[in-house]
Design a protein around this ligand. Structure first.
Ligand SMILES: CC(=O)N[C@H]1[C@@H](OP(=O)(O)OP(=O)(O)OC[C@H]2O[C@@H](n3ccc(=O)[nH]c3=O)[C@H](O)[C@@H]2O)O[C@H](CO)[C@@H](O)[C@@H]1O
Ligand SMILES: C=C(OP(=O)(O)O)C(=O)O
Length: 430
């Protein structure tokens, strides 16, 4: 079982480059199923979620190569092979196989998705959308069966502005007869990225990035070449790290506009943020003021940055409150931070943190992807050697993390550790 060993307490400086966005990648790859000829996607991150999706496409007959961030997918021989178990359980975004396969084959069997456990993560809005398009959807022994004689455009109001449901409905609706209107659609940049790929494949989509998306179905979609957007969550993680322990860090391959909420909060804390066209520079921050943060759907403060940001709160003067309105149980990292001397407590969907508190090295465990990222930042701050376990969560979303951080002068390495007696490792299905 791999772990990160981090010797913290050392200021970091230099330039760090952000990869393509995980949450785009995991939708763009399934979207290729809808094409009749090869699709090439450039700039993909080499993360485990991407490798898993490559295997899933191969399971259904796709010819896929992935090298140096470029994936070439020939979907012409794909079939509607059922996927009730196996790889689909390893990541959340396998739910996009539902929309994409329904769009192409009018039939799909997909096991319930995995991904980080952050509280209940139902997919009722995805199913409501598929049903509105004319599909019959049943849950049999933990696998979702979808079938339609024909998909017909429909008006679909989402009860929650769900990223996954918005993209999934879009994937099916591009091949439906007539017009689909998604109301209360999510507005995340990754949705625009997927709509751009689909449009270049021949789809007719208007309004992606706003709360009303209109899709006119077409009979066929063709291959294309697409470059993915930068990962705003990876960029945000590095910005938080720069504010916590940086001595001048430049983050390259960023769209600053995608990070407005984080930039505003960092400035409120007293951190200088210098925005370039495609980069952000954060000089050394001397003292931090406490702030309160509430996570919201885009363009609000992203829930995926809440956990890394809470580490910064331990370094700010006074009490900071972070409220996660998106997930009911995204605070498992707080207990681990407390092992490292952080002062704070969780009250329902809210955590209160007090600072500034020097963090101590400890053996800690990543309960999920961003909890792992938070613990890496905490490890970089703490004096002594921190060991972060269950890092397979982190590798779902961050590529070459140790190399990138070493490039800034961090003392971090990946090692294979012996299991600690009495310490239970999670299954890889998280
Ligand atoms: C692969 C991917 O892109 N993952 C991101 C995506 O997850 P994901 O697409 O799963 O997140 P959603 O936007 O769907 O979920 C947001 C909220 O809506 C609820 N909900 C969602 C769907 C549904 O049918 N019913 C329902 O009640 C969820 O439980 C959650 O409380 O957006 C989240 C919110 O920005 C991010 O944390 C994840 O990193
Ligand atoms: C929650 C996340 O991912 P997923 O939806 O893939 O579990 C995340 O990226 O922080």
């Amino acid at each position: 079982m791999d772990v990160y060993k981090i010797r913290g307490g050392k200021r970091l400086s230099g330039t760090i480059k952000v990869n393509g966005a995980k949450n785009s990648a995991v939708a763009l790859i399934p979207a290729s199923i809808l094409a009749s000829s090869p699709v090439q996607i450039d700039g993909l991150p080499e993360i485990s979620d991407v490798w898993t999706l490559k295997s899933i496409l191969e399971e259904i007959g796709g010819q896929v190569t992935f090298k140096d961030g470029t994936m070439e997918i020939d979907p012409s021989q794909m079939t509607d092979m059922p996927l009730p178990n196996g790889n689909v359980k390893k990541l959340r975004a396998s739910y996009y196989m539902m929309g994409a396969m329904l769009g192409r084959f009018k039939h799909a069997v997909i096991g319930m998705p995995g991904g980080c456990f952050l509280g209940p993560r139902p997919i009722d809005q995805h199913i409501k959308g598929f049903e509105a398009l004319g599909a019959t959807v049943t849950n049999e022994h933990g696998a979702i069966y979808l079938r339609a004689d024909e998909l017909r455009g429909a008006k679909i109001y989402l009860d929650v502005a769900s990223v996954g449901a918005t993209i999934n409905i879009m994937l099916a609706a591009v091949r439906a007869k007539g017009q689909t209107v998604i109301e209360n659609a999510a507005k995340e940049p990754e949705i625009i990225d997927v709509a751009t790929l689909l449009t270049n494949m021949g789809a007719k989509i208007k309004g992606a990035g706003t709360s009303v998306i209109r899709i006119d179905g077409v009979d066929e979609l063709h291959g294309t070449r697409h470059t993915i957007i930068p990962d705003r969550i990876e960029a945000g993680t590095f910005m938080i790290m720069a504010a916590a322990i940086g001595d001048g860090i430049k983050i390259d391959n960023v769209i600053p506009f995608h990070l407005e909420a984080l930039i505003a909060k960092l400035r409120e804390m007293g951190v200088e943020v210098e925005e370039g066209e495609e980069s952000i520079f954060i000089p050394r921050a001397e003292s931090l003021r406490s702030v309160d943060v509430k996570t919201l759907v885009y363009p609000g403060f992203p829930t995926d940055l809440q956990q890394p940001f809470s580490v910064l709160m331990t370094q700010a003067e006074g009490a900071s409150i972070v409220t996660d309105t998106v997930y009911s149980a995204r605070f498992k990292h707080i207990d681990e931070l407390r092992r490292m001397n952080a002062e704070g407590r969780v009250e329902g969907q809210m955590a209160v943190l007090f600072g500034p508190t020097p963090l101590n090295a400890a053996n800690v465990k990543a309960s999920d992807l961003r909890a792992g990222a938070a613990l890496v930042i905490a490890g970089l701050l703490a004096e002594g050697e921190t060991e972060v376990r269950d890092i397979y969560h982190v590798e779902r979303g961050y590529s070459n993390l140790t190399d990138k951080l070493q490039g800034l002068g961090a003392d971090i390495r990946k090692e294979t550790a012996e299991p600690v007696p009495g310490m239970k490792f999670n299954s890889r299905n998280g």
